[in-house]
Design a protein around this ligand. Structure first.
Ligand SMILES: C[S@@+](CC[C@H](N)C(=O)[O-])C[C@H]1O[C@@H](n2cnc3c(N)ncnc32)[C@H](O)[C@@H]1O
Length: 412
């Protein structure tokens, strides 16, 4: 039997989520696209503090609570491996096929073709169709299995969150009567109920995106890296930090762990998200404040924060909201404070002019319900930051995609 995650008396261990990936790699000739990630060997020890009413039927793996049933965990493990295969191997085969179809028509796939041309050329190709179908079905099943599992035992999971609503460390503010903008009421990337329409949006988002990260983030590794990438103000004073659109608070927690004496806040339009984030913060014993508030109307006083950041918020809001969010960030930052938005295109990588990349983004919008993607591609975020009063460094420190990232500073 193959050892499963963790040390096993000197044997090099494997992460079981790589198993299908290994099999898929053996079946393909595209070695570079299919090479599985190096095996990890984290010990299955808990960093959770626990709280009265904590429901952890199957314990934790480091800072991730294990899924409540073996059935659900095995479904998600399978889907994670399947997603690795579709995202890497199948997607790269699809890119090769797209290039071939373009060349057969005497066209340059890297020549910035318009999306209608791309669709016309590739839409009837069975390999392209299968690739999209596989990816979307994986996405749909990921969300649905999670949602069904939490709803099937709703009383238990609601009671668990109720236990921490008023507990510390950290605080939770829910605003059930808040005016929720219509543009946030979509099932973005197909999550059932979206961010604001399902009481278990936090549970479902956390485990669904854990699948999306293809087992590279189950210990918040990426969020810890993002938190580490946010540059402090020049004067080094960091007393208050805010994350906008924090969802389940993975980066918010990491920011607090990086700046232990700062007061750290995460806000999000999704009440169920911040509720889950707070429960998780309590469970991890980290003193972070979560509030259900709007990024464009945060209710914080002027000049309040030293650092404001966000991760993949802007591509999920309208262009109008994006401009308002930038203005609000400028208002609540103190002079000399920094605004560090992390998203697709805030780094040095810009919109691609390659046919397959364009199709990939089209499909995200068309079938994965990335409702605001096109508005985001056309958004002049740098212009909005300058108009709001920021001095903008377009080659700030790297965060995620590319070698630099946008950095806004409020004039001192
Ligand atoms: C892709 S998620 C990113 C979440 C989080 N930063 C993470 O690390 O996973 C985008 C988040 O922005 C939130 N959001 C969207 N519009 C918002 C708004 N106007 N104000 C506050 N949060 C918003 C959504 O509810 C969602 O949690």
């Amino acid at each position: 039997m193959l050892p499963i995650r963790g040390t096993c008396r000197g044997i090099q261990t494997m992460d079981r989520r790589t198993l299908v990936g290994v099999a898929a790699a053996a079946m393909t000739s595209s070695a570079s696209a299919a090479t599985p990630k190096a095996a990890t060997s984290k010990t299955a020890s808990s960093t959770h503090q626990g709280f009265e009413g904590d429901f952890e039927p199957r314990g934790t793996t480091g800072r991730l609570e294990r899924l409540p049933t073996l059935e659900l965990e095995s479904q998600q493990d399978f889907l994670t491996s399947f997603r690795k295969w579709t995202d890497r191997t199948f997607n790269s085969v699809c890119a090769t096929r797209t290039n071939e179809l373009f060349k057969a028509k005497g066209l340059d796939p890297n020549g910035d073709p318009d999306i209608q041309t791309v669709i016309d050329i590739i839409k009837d190709d069975p390999l392209v169709q299968a690739s999209v179908r596989a990816w979307i079905s994986c996405q749909q099943m990921t969300w649905q299995y999670l949602r069904d599992a939490y709803h099937a035992k709703a009383d238990i999971y609601l009671a668990e969150m109720e236990k921490t609503d008023l507990a510390g460390p950290g605080t939770l503010e829910l605003n059930p009567n808040m005016n929720i903008p219509d543009y946030t009421k979509h099932e973005i990337h197909l999550q059932p109920g979206g961010y604001v329409g399902d009481e278990f949006a936090g549970h479902v988002y956390h485990y669904g995106t854990n699948n999306f990260y293809k087992s590279s983030n189950d210990q918040d590794e990426l969020h810890i890296k993002f938190a580490a990438s946010v540059p402090p103000p020049r004067d080094g004073k960091v007393m208050r930090i805010l994350e906008l659109g924090c969802a389940t608070g993975q980066m918010t927690v990491a920011l607090k762990q990086r700046f232990p004496i700062a007061e750290v806040w995460g806000i999000d339009v999704g009440g169920p998200l911040v509720r889950y984030a707070h429960m998780r913060g309590v469970d991890l014993g980290v003193d972070v404040n979560f509030a259900q508030r709007l990024a464009e109307d945060t209710k914080f006083p002027d000049s309040h924060f030293d650092m404001i950041t966000c991760y993949i918020l802007f591509h999920e809001v309208t262009a109008k909201a994006a401009v308002e969010i930038v203005r609000e960030a400028h208002r609540i930052l103190r002079p000399g404070g920094v605004f560090f938005p992390i998203d697709f295109y805030t780094g040095s990588n810009k919109v691609s002019n390659n046919a397959h990349a364009k199709f990939r983004h089209y499909w995200d919008h068309r079938w994965n319900n990335e409702v605001w993607w096109n508005e985001y591609e056309n958004l002049d975020l740098v212009g909005a930051m300058r108009a709001a009063g920021f001095s903008v460094d377009e080659k700030g420190p790297p965060a995620w995609i590319g070698t630099t990232n946008l950095l806004g500073t409020k004039s001192a």
